[in-house]
Design a protein around this ligand. Structure first.
Ligand code: ZN
Length: 140
C-alpha cells in the first residue's frame, strides 16, 4: 500500500544556507539533520503538514547527489512515497514494467528501507519508496 507523499527531496550545495531559508525565512519547524551513508548525503528535514522537505547535500563529489548538482545544479531531486512494504511494492511495480536504480532496498534516513525508481520509468522524476519501522516516531 502507498500511504502518502512522505517528503520532497531538494539537492543543495550549501546545506546551512538552505536550512536558514526553509527554517527562518519560510518559517518551517526544524526536523533535524542526519547523515545517510548509503546515499553519501547529509539531509536536513523541515516538516510541513504530514509531509516534509528533505534538503540533501552530498558528502562526496563523486556520489549520486554530487553528480546531480554538477550536472543540473541545485533544485528538486526526488519525491518520496511512504509504503507499508517496500519489497512488495517494488515487486508489484517491477511486474508492471517499472525499473529501479538498485536490485534491493538500502538503508535510508530514520531507519527506513528505501529503493529508487529510475527516472526513465516515470517521465523524468526520481521516485523514492520508503518503508519505516512500525514503531518509529518519525514514520508518523
Ligand atoms: Zn528522500
Amino acid at each position: 500500500m502507498i500511504k502518502r507523499i512522505h517528503h520532497i527531496g531538494i539537492a543543495v550545495a550549501d546545506l546551512d544556507a538552505a536550512a536558514r531559508v526553509f527554517g527562518e525565512a519560510v518559517g518551517l519547524p526544524d526536523g533535524g539533520r542526519e547523515d545517510v551513508p548509503s546515499a553519501q548525503t547529509r539531509v536536513h528535514f523541515f516538516p510541513v503538514g504530514e509531509s516534509r522537505f528533505e534538503l540533501l547535500r552530498p558528502l562526496a563529489e563523486d556520489s549520486p547527489v554530487g553528480r546531480f548538482l554538477e550536472k543540473r545544479g541545485p533544485g528538486l531531486h526526488h519525491v518520496c512515497l511512504e509504503v507499508d512494504d517496500v519489497e512488495a511494492e517494488a515487486r508489484r511495480m517491477r511486474e508492471a514494467g517499472v525499473e529501479f536504480l538498485t536490485e534491493a532496498p538500502v538503508p535510508g534516513a530514520h531507519g527506513a528501507r528505501v529503493i529508487f525508481v529510475h527516472p526513465r520509468s516515470t517521465g523524468g522524476l526520481l521516485l523514492e519508496l520508503s518503508e519505516f519501522p512500525a514503531t518509529g516516531e518519525d514514520a508518523k
